[in-house]
Design a protein around this ligand. Structure first.
Ligand code: NAD
Length: 337
């Protein structure tokens, strides 16, 4: 049984903790919080041992009747693997502490790629992280692109990827973000930072990405064009995508015409927090002309990196091969809508 801790019980951390606790071969050693807010209370109520990230604030937890089991150091000492889900850039500051406790670490995509020997997407390059001391799960957008491009590259060879990423302005609770009434090239520079990030996973592929931020919190929407080394029928590509558990084909006939429809469906079928772990690819948008494949996909930014983080734990621990880990994760979570 792998002992896993989660440093930073926020948007990603709480989802990873729940996903880890659903795995038959893992247990949650504990989770950490800096502030004694409602997330700290919900962690305690979910039965997780809660550790204080800031020793100077332990008293504040007590004042609010939120039990604390110790410091982050205590949590790390009892863990085989820690998933770092602290805010972007903070993970790096823990690097030395993780090494001192001899604990393997899964970082998230807000960290610079140099934080770990490799970046990680379970479908693309799991093996590179096997038995390593650290890896970095790439961002939600990069994960979505890597998952879709990898099977295409295996089947046909991919010459280039051009993607426009229509990005949500913020997560639902990020009320300080925006825009609230604008459509913003973000970043204005081309390519956006997503292209170099995707190359950390698929180094041989020519990638151009552009980003646009819109007033929405639900999901990201990608408009993707892939130049293939072959000219398959669209129906064949559809079948290849259908064979990938983390790619979900959506038909307009189902009435799922928008990101809001997808989220509503996820809530209706009882997904925890309405999470959509899969890339949602509109089947009707799939078209191939002279080897140029186009499609739209929706990516739930709060959820798609969660199964990847679970697989990254197994890769670092060396306890399962890539396919076996993905199957185990998907079965425990119920991936596939
Ligand atoms: P978040 O702000 O929702 O959660 C971060 C948590 O870390 C909070 O609970 C906060 O209290 C805690 N924290 C703050 N400082 C800490 C410290 N020094 N030590 C321990 N805990 C601390 O952030 P998030 O959105 O969950 O992002 C976490 C990581 O995941 C980032 O690298 C981010 O780029 C990446 N990511 C985020 C999303 C997304 O859409 N939210 C998607 C993919 C990847």
């Amino acid at each position: 049984m792998l002992g896993v801790s989660v440093n930073g019980f926020g948007t990603i951390g709480k989802r990873v903790a729940d996903a880890v606790s659903a795995q038959p071969d893992m247990t949650v050693v504990g989770v950490s919080k800096r502030s004694p807010n409602h997330e700290a209370r919900s962690a305690a109520e979910a039965g997780y041992d809660l550790y204080a990230a800031d020793p100077d604030r332990v008293g504040e937890f007590g004042e609010r009747d939120i039990p604390v089991a110790g410091s982050v150091g205590h949590m790390l000492a009892a863990s085989d693997v820690v998933v770092d889900a602290t805010p972007a850039g903070v993970g790096e500051s823990y690097r030395e502490q993780y090494a001192d406790h001899d604990v393997a670490v899964v970082y998230q995509g807000g960290e610079d790629a140099s934080v770990a020997p490799n970046s990680f997407c379970a479908r693309a390059n799991y093996d590179l992280s096997v038995d390593e001391t650290a890896t970095r799960v790439v961002s939600c957008n990069t994960t979505g692109l890597a998952r879709a491009v990898t099977p295409l590259d295996e089947a046909y060879g991919v010459e280039s990827v051009d993607a426009t990423l229509i990005r949500r302005g913020g997560d639902p609770t990020q009320t300080d973000r925006g825009p609230i009434n604008d459509i913003v090239p973000d970043p204005v520079e081309v390519p956006s930072h997503h292209a170099p990030d995707l190359r950390t996973i698929l180094p041989g592929i020519d990638v151009t990405t552009t980003g646009v931020t819109v007033p929405a919190t639900l999901m990201h929407l990608h408009s993707v064009t892939v130049s293939l080394d072959a000219d398959p029928a669209a129906s064949e590509v559809r079948e290849r995508f259908e064979a990938e558990p983390r790619l979900q084909l959506i038909t307009t006939a189902s009435g799922c015409d928008s990101c809001a429809d997808i989220q509503e469906y996820a809530r209706d079928i009882g997904r925890p927090r309405g999470d959509v772990w899969e890339n949602c690819i509109w089947a009707d948008s799939l078209d191939v002309s002279d080897g140029r494949l186009t499609f739209f996909q929706a990516i739930h930014q709060q959820a798609d990196v969660v199964p990847e983080s679970v697989d990254a734990v197994r890769a670092l621990a060396g306890t399962a091969a890539a396919g076996e880990s993905r199957d185990r994760t998907d079965e425990a979570l119920g991936v596939g809508m």
